[in-house]
Design a protein. Structure first.
Length: 416
């Protein structure tokens, strides 16, 4: 049996073997994880690699960036990429392979290539935009109609940001004196909390959607590296599908973020966002002024036409009146003639009718009946129509065509 080695001896042997087998510096592609620095300025992190299909870890290594390198490497990387040197990004770093008897295997970083990360960021941005396009939401916010008077403004910004103050000052002191109502929905505009913070602000605005015309997301100056928080799918999807037009002015002229690409309108700075809104209201004001001038001109023209029409009507009144009076006179003459004829015809018909009634009355008169041989019996001046009306001793008169006969009723005759 060989002489056993202590753990330290074994680790020292591994260290010598690695040093002999891997003596050079190597460019390594990996994703950053658990990036942290201490008071001494050293940076400790993990490099990881994930399975492209399952997103599972397939490799991991500890990494170290000593302070003398880190204080140069970090600002260089962030300035070049506009991306924080933080967990979750992919990097191309130059490393040496080290092994320490106590701390084990690790990679020591000496350099970094920002162009690799820029390429990965551009790829991720393309992937986000492609995903939004495939989902049919990429241009939804751009397709919204910008209100004619965007005066009720929901602002997403840090309350202490100079850009927010510049924005409000520009609106409130516009030379045209237009009124704007702004309400701040505070959010963190840099660091790892950007996405969550802005999404929460959008949710609060959405709960009061009828109170606002537009949403403005603004951020003052600052490091280009602070833009990384605006490069996420969730934030881009929320802005793309937001029911109000979104205006972005996050303070960088040369860099477009993902939310700039999906927003309704992208401007360079918070001040430019204010100017855009002022110009929109000014355009509406000029349009209204133009319409008022058109209305005034149209009214004047209409009044002139009506004046001419009234003059023409006034001049035509005498001839029209004479014509109307002549027509009325002719109608009266015609009516008078027709009325006379109608009255005459009516009188003739009524006269004939009266003659017929007179003949019928004459035919039914008592004198005519008496001449035919009839008689009328009267008692006390009243006509007797039934024998029961008489009793013995009654004096009656019988009227004939040629005189009147008086009689006394006796019982014998009654019995008969």
């Amino acid at each position: 049996m060989d002489t056993p080695l202590s753990l330290f001896d074994l680790n020292a042997l591994v260290k010598r073997a690695l040093s002999e087998c891997l003596p050079d510096e190597y460019w390594v592609q990996a994703e950053l994880s658990d990036v942290r620095s201490n008071a001494t300025g050293h940076c400790y992190l993990e490099f990881i690699q994930k399975d492209a299909r399952g997103n599972n870890l397939i490799a991991k290594a500890r990494g170290t960036i000593w302070s003398n390198v880190y204080r140069l490497l970090k600002p260089y990387f962030e300035e070049a990429t506009g991306q924080l040197f933080t967990s979750g990004i992919k990097v191309l770093v130059k490393v040496t392979v080290d092994f320490h008897e106590l701390y084990g295997y690790s990679l020591t970083v000496y350099d970094i290539d920002p162009t690799y990360t820029l390429g990965d960021m551009a790829r991720r941005r393309r992937e986000i935009l492609k995903q939004l396009e495939d989902e049919g939401v990429l241009a939804l916010n751009k397709e919204l109609d910008m209100p004619v008077l965007p005066q009720r403004i929901a602002v997403i910004s840090s309350p202490t940001a100079a850009g927010y103050g510049d924005f409000c000052h520009q609106l409130q002191n516009n030379t045209q004196g237009f009124f704007f109502y702004t309400e701040l929905f505070p959010a963190i505009m840099q660091g790892t909390q950007v996405e969550k913070s802005i999404l929460q602000a959008l949710d609060r605005i959405n709960g009061r959607i009828d109170e606002f015309d537009v949403v403005v997301i603004i951020r003052g100056g600052g490091a280009t590296s602070d833009l990384s928080g605006f490069e996420t799918y969730l934030l881009a999807a929320a802005c793309a599908q937001f029911p109000l037009p979104v205006i972005t002015g996050i303070g960088h002229e040369r860099d477009d973020t993902v939310i700039d690409s999906v927003a309704h309108t992208r401007v360079k700075t918070p001040t430019a966002a204010a100017e855009y809104l002022i110009n929109r209201v000014e355009e509406a004001s000029e349009h209204l002024y133009g319409l008022s001038e058109q209305l005034k001109d149209a009214v004047v023209a209409r009044l002139e036409r009506e004046k001419e029409r009234l003059n023409m009507l006034r001049n035509s009144i005498p001839s029209l009146a004479f014509l109307r009076i002549s027509e009325a006179k002719m109608r009266l003459l015609t009516v008078n003639k027709d009325l006379s004829q109608s009255v005459k015809s009516l009188l003739i018909r009524q006269k004939h009718h009266l003659e017929l009634l007179s003949q019928r009355i004459n035919d039914a008169s008592p004198e005519r009946l008496l001449k035919r041989g009839y008689s009328i019996t009267l008692k006390d001046g009243k006509t007797v129509t039934n024998a029961n009306q008489l009793k013995e001793g009654d004096l009656i008169s019988t009227r004939l065509a040629g005189g009147e006969v008086f009689s006394v009723i006796n019982d014998q005759i009654m019995n008969k």
